[in-house]
Design a protein around this ligand. Structure first.
Ligand SMILES: Cc1cc2nc3c(=O)[nH]c(=O)nc-3n(C[C@H](O)[C@H](O)[C@H](O)COP(=O)(O)O)c2cc1C
Length: 218
């Protein structure tokens, strides 16, 4: 698969088959993603990949926390989405809920869909990702470069994924179960596995603005 095709075909997957990705495939994706670029090549990404029993404990504790505890992410979420970002954000939510058949005013349905985040959409593998607390914006940028590298390599392997900031909302759970040190601030999770093609959530397609909205050629 060439890069253009991987970029074009990659999308967020939110329902997975109950089938593990072979350990060699999983390792190979992360091994090759080590080639991601970073500021002065500091390679700041740190990831803990949970499978099997560990993944089951992680998601059940995460789902419990989501019901019982107030979120306390290491990196706060944005609270305000001025235009044009608010429009994009609403369109993204609408595309997902429409695919899932959840109506706008169906509060319980929306809440149930949100809670699916904390079981990582039943993905058999969950990575929790962060970087050293002594760094800030530029290291986060490096982790973003690494994330897309992982997502594209996964795509090439036929492995589907969803980046999940929601999995950073209860860092205490990840620290306890995965042994993540305090010196790592948790940024997001990644659900990984094989897509369930029959799941309505996976019919969600998001749009993009034309390039002129984001890039100026002079
Ligand atoms: C850093 C990051 C965090 C994300 N967090 C979540 C999340 O918590 N839950 C979720 O369902 N999707 C999450 N997404 C997926 C985005 O909603 C998705 O990438 C966007 O809507 C574009 O859709 P596409 O990935 O299918 O192209 C996240 C994506 C990124 C890059």
């Amino acid at each position: 698969m060439d890069v253009s095709r991987a970029v074009a075909e990659r999308r967020s997957t939110r329902a997975f088959l109950a089938k593990d990705v072979p350990a060699e495939t999983l390792r190979s994706i992360f091994e090759r993603a080590q080639r991601a670029p970073s500021w002065c090549n500091i390679q700041p990404w740190r990831a803990w990949v949970a499978s099997g029993e560990t993944r089951a404990r992680l998601t059940s504790e995460m789902a419990r926390a989501a019901l019982e505890a107030a979120p306390s992410p290491d990196v706060p979420f944005p609270t305000d989405y001025p235009e044009p970002y608010g429009t994009h954000r609403r369109a993204c939510g609408r595309a997902l809920y429409e695919a899932m058949g959840v109506a706008r005013d169906d509060t319980a349905g929306r809440q149930a869909a949100w809670l699916r985040n904390f079981v990582a959409f039943d993905a058999p593998h969950v990575a929790i990702v962060g970087f050293d607390t002594r760094f800030d914006l530029y290291a986060a940028l490096d982790v973003g470069c690494w994330l897309q590298t992982v997502l594209l390599l996964a795509r090439e392997e036929g492995v589907s994924a969803c980046a999940q900031a929601s999995l950073s909302l209860y860092p205490k759970v990840s620290r306890e179960i995965l042994g993540i040190p305090e010196q790592v601030k948790i940024l997001f999770g990644i659900a990984l596995g094989y897509e369930d093609p029959s799941a309505p959530a996976n019919a969600c397609l998001t749009a993009r603005d034309p390039v002129e909205s984001n890039v100026t050629f002079r």
